[in-house]
Design a protein around this ligand. Structure first.
Ligand SMILES: [Zn+2]
Length: 95
């Protein structure tokens, strides 16, 4: 049974030992009209979004600090590859 105050949205679990370290870069403007395909819950300080655009995809990470949010993105790759990275992220196998 879930506790009544438990949030039911997507959350990224604790990273597993030996997880893949993703290459987080400063945001680039390469992809126009980015579509958000999936995202994790904003109840956490760090929010991840799976973004698609122009036949490519990447993961965006936003850390909600006290001041300006810190945004980092993985380099664009195929939608298939980004989907696998997203799955690894949500299972604690990549971070
Ligand atoms: Zn939540």
């Amino acid at each position: 049974m879930l506790l009544s105050d438990e949030c039911l949205n997507l959350h990224v679990p604790r990273a597993q030992h030996g997880h893949t370290r993703l290459d987080w870069r400063r945001p680039h403007q390469a992809l126009e009209r980015v579509r958000h395909v999936a995202w994790t819950c904003s109840c956490r300080a760090t929010v991840y979004e799976l973004c698609e655009g122009g036949g490519q995809a990447f993961i965006r990470r936003t850390v909600q600090l006290d001041g300006t949010p810190e945004v980092r993105e993985t380099s664009p790759c195929s939608i298939h590859e980004a989907g696998m990275i997203w799955t690894a992220l949500l299972s604690g196998q990549a971070r």
